[in-house]
Design a protein around this ligand. Structure first.
Ligand SMILES: [Zn+2]
Length: 275
């Protein structure tokens, strides 16, 4: 399942193909969407950005195309005028003189007027996206301090989309490890230092995973593990998928536990359980 960094890279690929070029084709698979899309005619796309697992394609007037791939949806970028061999069903075509961005198989697609996201059934329930420029450690500290989230344990809160959109399972383990916090600690019980460490770890690790295509540990750590013969899949994290291997800090074996329905990896010495 892709997480925020992977979805942001998919958005980058679409933005590179589409932004600031006049569209030659704008097509949707339903008559209702094509009627709505008349509002987008003769406009250029100015940005493509992720919001959680959704993508927003933004036009100069503030209108947006919302799409959510769920399990089956897939964007493909091909040279203009060509179409890939596929049995998938085509849902959206955004094409200019050089490239065509084609969305296949997704069923959750809307054309939204400016501000209309606020009443959209999916978007209106989402917290800020981890990669939005306004999602700073200071904003995250304020959200951690909100009474709305105080009773949630951190291991559940980090994946709770109304709190923050875009963090998935590998980032959850790695962020909690980096912040030296046990997943059962409740947001309302964090002290000032803990909230600061957690807020910084959220933005820093997501950004690093985006830049490095999935590494959460620092380059020096990843390189040292690769030299020892580990594969990249394992070497790229501090604790995630490293059960039984030594904690990078104290060398106690990394533990795997189920938490909020998904596997979580931690060091039980560095991340002390709440009393
Ligand atoms: Zn440790």
């Amino acid at each position: 399942m892709p997480e925020g960094p992977e979805i942001r890279r998919a958005a980058d690929g679409l933005a590179e193909a589409l932004c600031h070029r006049p569209l030659t084709t704008l097509w949707f698979h339903t008559a209702a969407l094509n009627r709505r899309a008349k509002a987008l005619r003769d406009q250029t796309i100015v940005a493509v950005r992720p919001w959680g697992k959704a993508l927003l394609t933004e036009f100069e007037s503030g209108w947006q195309i919302y799409s959510h791939n769920q399990l089956y949806g897939r964007w493909m970028v091909v040279p203009s005028g060509t179409r890939p061999e596929t049995k998938r069903s085509l849902r959206v075509v955004l094409e200019n003189d050089e490239a065509a961005a084609l969305l296949y198989s997704a069923s959750d697609i809307s054309v939204l007027a400016p501000g209309e996201w606020q009443t959209h059934p999916f978007l209106s329930r989402l917290g800020p996206d981890i990669f939005h420029p306004k999602t700073t450690p200071a904003l995250l500290r304020r959200r951690l301090g909100s009474s709305r989230f105080a009773r949630r344990p951190l291991g559940a809160l980090l994946m709770h989309q109304p709190f923050l959109a875009g963090l998935g399972n590998y980032l959850r383990s790695e962020i909690l490890y980096a912040a030296r916090l046990h997943p059962a600690v409740r947001a309302g019980d964090l002290d000032r230092d803990g909230a600061g460490r957690l807020s910084r770890a959220m933005t820093q690790l997501a950004e690093r995973a985006y830049r490095t295509h999935g590494e959460t540990a620092p380059k020096s750590w990843v390189r040292a593990r690769l030299r020892l013969g580990e594969g990249w899949q394992q070497a790229r994290h501090w604790v995630f998928e490293r059960e039984g291997l030594p904690c990078p800090s104290c060398e106690a074996p990394v533990t795997r536990i189920p938490f909020d329905g998904r596997r979580l990896y931690l060091c039980t010495l560095c991340q002390e359980a709440p009393a």
